[in-house]
Design a protein around this ligand. Structure first.
Ligand code: SF4
Length: 434
């Protein structure tokens, strides 16, 4: 998409869009508009043009940043239990500093990834999963199966960038959408197998049985639509040279769906090149959910739902200590929100009636009101405006926006570092901290 643009701040080199986990690095911003970006990306660039300063607010009233940081440090250190969340709209450097802050006060930490609210967490699905970078799909897969997901809704340019181009060898690519959404218009190279999400596990088990010849038992327990759909998909897999199955993690309370597709991919991979492309997060969840999960895993051994952050590890309690449950169950009385929050976490905060203090370290958002609770907003520059820091694309590829300079006092990292120093000073003053 191309937008018209009236800003005086014009940069013409390719830019990285940080509006979703695709982190498109081919966006061109000129005096006349933003080209290459999707509608959401254009809107993000236009919003970054409108960023005006990094005002700090305490209960809606402007306050000098140093004083606001001191008030925030007081709120955090006097809380009974703190939750550090958000994180997916922050650089790796900012996330790391947020982890230091969480450890200083023994906070719970969770970025809000959907797998953390599943009873199995990512454990069942990740056991032996076979995945690949998105470019491998683009270059190698002659069969792409959209498995009960529609990337256009969550990762707007995924199909344009990684599915629409020809394979590296020029082999024609076929696609199948299995699920409720057709994903692409019907064509000689695209087929829609319409099935409800409730049939996903049965379909995966059936296709596995049909393509491997092992475990035919499930054939007798499925209805006809599932059987015929599974047969069509299995037939396409048998004739393909390289198979990519694009999945969407989330919306499965137990995690059996991810387990069944990981198993299916592993079974196919025994006979031909095959891999899963799990699309975690999305346009509502922040650009760096993969980075938040990675930092949490490096520090605490799990991607989120950490009951108490500690350098030696942290208790991993999926579906128990995910951000939404902690807020809903009144188990935290202070939330440190780092960057934009996913809508589900904002909704959990909004429906919380018991006392809850809120410290936001985020760019200003004129659409949001925090009038219902004590709130300290430490304004910082967005990733798009600052162009600094390192992110992980949804498939784990490292993307460097620019050096994360401590000299930029308006950066999220610098403000988190100042908040950490304030917290440590208060803890030291009362003899209980580092
Ligand atoms: S697909 Fe995502 S990263 Fe790419 S331009 Fe759109 S919003 Fe930005």
């Amino acid at each position: 998409m191309t937008s018209s643009r009236s800003t005086a701040a014009v940069v013409s080199d390719p830019r990285v869009c940080t509006a979703c986990p695709l982190l498109c690095d081919d966006v061109v911003v000129t005096a006349t508009g933003v080209t290459q970006a999707c509608d959401a990306g254009v809107a993000a660039f236009e919003a970054s043009d409108m960023e005006v300063g990094t005002t700090s607010l305490v209960d809606g009233a402007a306050m000098l940043r140093e004083a606001a940081i001191d008030r925030a440090a007081a709120m955090i250190t006097t809380a009974r239990q703190v939750l550090v969340t958000g994180l997916a709209d922050a650089s790796l450097e900012a996330i790391t500093t947020a982890c230091d802050l969480a450890e200083a006060v023994g906070a719970a930490i969770d970025a809000g990834g959907s797998e953390m609210s599943q009873a199995s967490g990512p454990t069942i699905a990740r056991a032996g999963e076979v995945t690949a970078e998105w470019e491998e799909l683009r270059d190698r897969a002659d069969l792409v199966i959209f498995w009960f997901c529609d990337p256009a809704a969550t990762h707007p340019r995924f199909i344009e960038r990684f599915v629409a181009p020809p394979t590296a060898a020029g082999i024609p690519r076929h696609t199948i959408a299995i699920g409720t959404e057709p994903v692409l218009p019907a064509s000689p190279t695209h087929r829609h197998v319409a099935l409800p999400i409730a049939a996903a596990v049965d379909a995966a088990r059936l296709i596995e049985a049909l393509t491997t010849g092992i475990g035919g038992g499930p054939l007798c327990i499925c209805d006809e639509a599932v059987v015929s759909g599974a047969k069509a998909v299995a037939a396409a897999i048998v004739t393909a040279g390289c198979v990519a199955i694009v999945t969407r993690r989330g919306a499965d309370p137990l995690g059996l769906g991810p387990w069944s597709t990981a198993r299916l991919v592993r079974a196919i991979a025994h006979t031909k090149p095959a891999f899963e492309i799990p699309l975690a997060g999305g346009i509502d969840d922040g650009a760096n959910l993969a980075g938040a999960a990675a930092v949490s895993t490096w520090r605490y051994g799990a991607a989120g739902a950490i009951a108490q952050a500690a350098r030696g590890g942290g208790a991993f309690l999926p579906a128990e200590c995910d951000a939404i449950r902690l807020i809903d169950r009144n188990e935290v009385d202070c939330v440190v929100a780092v960057g934009r929050l996913p809508p589900a976490i904002e909704a959990a905060i909004a429906r919380r009636t018991a006392a809850l203090g809120l410290v936001r370290v985020a760019p200003a958002d004129p659409m949001r009101t925090d009038a219902a609770r004590p709130t300290i907003h430490l304004g910082c520059r967005s990733l798009l405006a600052s162009r600094s820091g390192t992110l992980l694309r949804g498939d784990g590829r490292r993307v460097v926006l620019g050096p994360d300079s401590a000299a930029d006092s308006d950066s999220m990292t610098a403000i988190l570092a100042a908040l950490l120093a304030g917290v440590q000073a208060r803890l030291a003053a009362r003899g209980g901290g580092t």
